[in-house]
Write a new protein. Structure first.
Length: 402
């Protein structure tokens, strides 16, 4: 269940006898590497204590919507944004009905309304309640809205009945949860990604660089791994940990980034240039620290760096090549001209004049531009954006590959 490493899972527990199994489910998700935050409905606390779930998840359990203390910590909107996936297990008939009606009358339903993460429900109820036309209509409504149902299973029930409505076993639910993170869209493909800034040395202690944190490129690497790809991440100097299962090559300058990008390029199916590469570097690197002189103005002489993504896009055979365009004005027009000038298959335009998105922030909003289409992805975390981008890249790649 490697796919759950570092995944942020909200486990919603509703009122039902199967709630006792949520303890084992929490343990399995944690053991698989997920960060689990538990949200309980009031009814569920009659079946299992918040303290048990707190001990197993290692996080405070969230219980109430209108709780000033909890909202001051991680409020419901923050929780909704935090999640990579919301898993409700057990999902009672009552909860399913309230969610189908679009209600937000407690923390869990409100969170489900507010999140843009996928929602999965493991229903658990008596077989007659499951077969009831109302429950069936509600579950149909939810699945039509894209909510996934895990089960229910069929068999003996706590009340002595036999039939459909049993919650799936925790191990099965944990496996199904893990499988939500692998689209398989890029299975068998090799993706190279550049990330972070480059540093162009002036002397042994100084350099020219920019504010790129590498967050966008690293999130893309993780999303590509989850889509089944082999990933080589060519990273400028950043403070982020190397993503698991990714071959990370650390570089400093644009020239080093180009050399690492060209290495084994024949293996590369898709090249994504998310790095903020310095366009120019000092013509010479001083051997010793440059001393302050008497002059008020100092002149630096710079020479153009190689354009990495354009070089890749002009090799034969050419990998499917995607660039980013970081612009502060006239974003789409500049992006379109870079798409053409650099011979790219796709360009992802972002407005870096805003301080809340783009460089060194956790969120971004981007516009995907191809020869024939323009699509804007609304502001969200770079993690979630990366998943959407990899999905779009895989779709365009497969079209182009035909
Ligand atoms: O790292 P983060 O803090 O998460 O921020 C993400 C980001 C803002 C850096 C990222 O989303 C982004 O926009 N990256 C590209 C930044 C950039 O340099 O854009 P550009 O418009 O100057 O370059 C266009 C494209 O050419 C880019 O794909 C760039 O990687 C590439 N390029 C540029 C110059 C060069 N010498 N070689 C290149 O490959």
């Amino acid at each position: 269940m490697q796919r759950l490493t570092n995944k942020r899972i909200i486990l919603g527990i509703t009122g039902g006898i199967a709630a006792y199994k949520s303890a084992e489910l929490t343990r399995l998700l944690k053991n698989a590497g997920a960060d689990v935050r538990v949200v309980m409905t009031p009814a569920s606390t009659e079946f299992i204590t918040p303290l048990t779930l707190q001990a197993l998840s290692g996080n405070t359990v969230h219980l109430h919507l209108l709780n000033a203390e909890a909202e001051a910590g991680m409020g419901h909107i923050e929780l909704a944004k935090w999640a990579d996936l919301v898993l409700i297990a057990p999902g009672s008939a009552n909860f399913i009905s309230r969610l189908a009606a679009g209600q937000g009358d407690d923390l869990l339903t409100t969170l489900c309304l507010a999140t843009d993460a996928p929602i999965c429900i493991a229903p658990a109820m008596n077989q007659a309640m499951w077969r009831d036309a109302g429950t069936q209509a509600n579950t149909n409504l939810l699945t039509n809205r894209g909510i996934k149902l895990f089960g229910p299973g069929v068999g003996e029930q706590a009340c002595g009945d036999n039939g459909p409505g049993r919650m799936l076993e925790p191990e099965e639910i944990a496996n199904l949860t893990a499988s939500q993170f692998n689209s398989g869209q890029l299975t068998g493909k090799t993706v190279f990604i550049t990330a972070g800034p480059t540093r162009e040395a002036l002397d042994p202690v100084r350099y020219i660089s920019n504010h790129s944190s590498g967050k966008m490129g690293y999130a893309l690497a993780e999303a590509a791994i989850e889509a089944g790809a082999k990933v080589k991440l060519i990273s400028g100097p950043v403070t982020l940990p190397a993503p698991e299962r990714v071959k990370t090559v650390k570089v400093e300058s644009a020239q080093e980034m180009l050399a690492a990008s060209l290495q084994d390029l024949a293996l590369c199916d898709i090249f994504i240039a998310a790095a903020a590469v310095a366009d120019y570097r000092p013509t010479a690197v001083a051997e010793h620290k440059i001393k302050k002189g008497s002059e008020e103005i100092m002149e630096l002489h710079l020479v153009k760096n190689p354009d990495i993504v354009a070089t890749i896009a002009n090799t034969e055979p050419k990998p499917f090549t995607i660039g980013f365009a970081a612009e502060t004005q006239d974003v789409l027009n500049y992006a379109r001209s870079k798409l053409e000038r650099k011979n790219l298959d796709m360009i992802i335009a972002n407005d870096v004049s805003r301080t809340d998105i783009g460089f060194n922030s956790d969120e971004n909003t981007v516009t995907i531009v191809t020869d024939t289409s323009t699509e804007t992805l609304p502001q969200t975390s770079k993690r979630k954006l990366a998943i959407q981008l990899i999905n779009q890249i895989a779709i365009q790649y497969n079209k182009h590959d035909i």
